[in-house]
Design a protein around this ligand. Structure first.
Ligand code: TXA
Ligand code: MG
Length: 350
């Protein structure tokens, strides 16, 4: 299949091109598009055949449910069996935005989309291009991240092309995304609201709006397999670069010394080594490949560059990666959740 790439300026959307993209979705084809979090691989959410195509293109197990993207609040009622008061409150406050809510599904949503589950994940993205695509398609759009299963999520259109060129009908190139890590997932079908995947919207932010405690799925905190995460997708080894990766955490000067020491050893063995540093520390390393992920003064910049940097390591055929640790104040948990997975939970404390 020939994958057509169209460039769209979100401040001046080309109506004709976007309609072409919308028509492809309506015809049951797949279109990758930008959201504010990461690029999504979209298909008609209520068409089981489109869901099957998505799983096939990504090489994703079909028991891993998809998020349904909507463009208007009524669509929540349209596909949910019942809409809990908590969902209304959160939608009012955070939609459109990087929050996915899990509610009971109704009969309109096929099991192919929910991986056989009775619940459905719903999100209204805060991206002009994504919202326009949903409207123009006249459909609801099921969209996982637009990467091959197991690779870092795409934050630029060329990342999508690397993974899916030839496998999907179209890529809408809207430039780099704003946030860079996937949406927060909150499950509203339990007694207490439960975070199944940490993201830009923190438990504290949800708790403030709901006026009740928001718990975190114990399965995503455990470093081992003793507890199973509730979101099927969180159990897979995700976001993995090809190289082995180790995180070093502790006091900054000690971290730098340790990483330099480990990197020297590996380099002596003839291995290609990369260090993931920050704007503040990048000049303190001496390996060939030093990648700055962003500034500690701006934690959003760290989230935004995370996946891009992991992909760069793959592109350069790096064999070992040593990374600083980023327990930043607000979204540090969301960043570390991705990095720990990429590192297979290999952490050295100094
Ligand atoms: O930011 C995002 O959420 C991006 C953009 C494209 O919107 N999408 C995304 O989709 O990250 P995906 O498929 O890569 O991740 C969806 C996650 C998976 O871990 C999946 O298991 C979980 O959501 N999920 C979906 N439906 C669920 C459900 N009914 N119950 C529990 N987990 C669910
Ligand atoms: Mg994904």
């Amino acid at each position: 299949m020939n994958t057509k790439v169209i460039k769209i300026d979100s401040d001046n959307i080309d109506e004709k091109s976007m309609q072409e993209a919308g028509d492809l979705i309506a015809a049951g084809e797949l279109v990758a598009f930008p959201t504010e979090t990461v690029y999504g691989l979209g298909g008609d959410a209520l068409d089981p055949k489109a869901a099957e195509k998505i799983y096939k293109a990504k090489g994703r197990p079909s028991d891993n449910p998809l998020i349904v993207h909507i463009s208007k609040f009524e669509d929540l009622e349209y596909i949910a069996k019942d809409v809990p008061a908590s969902a209304r409150k959160l939608a009012d406050k955070f939609w459109p935005g990087p929050l996915t809510m899990i509610v009971q599904k109704n009969e309109k949503v096929p099991y192919a989309t929910t991986g056989g589950m009775e619940t459905v994940a719903i999100r209204m993205p805060n991206s002009k291009i994504a919202l326009d695509l949903i409207r123009k398609s006249g459909k609801l759009i099921a969209a996982p991240s637009a990467n091959t299963s197991g690779r870092p999520s795409p934050t630029e259109a060329h990342h999508v092309a690397e993974d899916l060129d030839g496998k999907i009908a179209m890529i809408v190139d809207g430039g780099s995304v704003g946030i860079g890590i996937e949406s927060t997932i909150v499950d509203l079908t339990e007694k207490k609201p439960m975070i199944l995947r940490p993201g830009y919207i923190t438990p504290e932010m949800l708790s403030e709006v709901l006026g009740e405690e928001v718990v975190i799925d114990p399965g995503i905190i455990a470093a081992d397999d003793t507890k199973k995460p509730k979101a099927p997708g969180m159990k897979y080894k995700h976001y993995a670069p090809k190289a082995s990766m180790i995180l070093v955490e502790g006091e900054q000067s000690k971290v730098i010394n340790k990483i330099n020491e480990l990197a020297d050893e590996k380099s002596k063995d003839g291995k290609k080594v990369a260090v993931i540093a920050t704007e503040e520390t990048k000049s303190m390393y001496r390996t060939d490949v030093i990648l700055s992920i962003g500034s500690r003064q701006d934690e959003d910049s760290i989230a935004r560059h995370l996946y891009k940097i992991l992909r760069e390591c793959d592109d350069m055929d790096v064999e070992a990666i040593y990374s600083e640790s980023f327990k930043t104040p607000r979204i540090g948990n969301a960043i570390m959740n991705r990095l720990l997975k990429a590192a297979g939970h290999q952490v050295i404390h100094v």
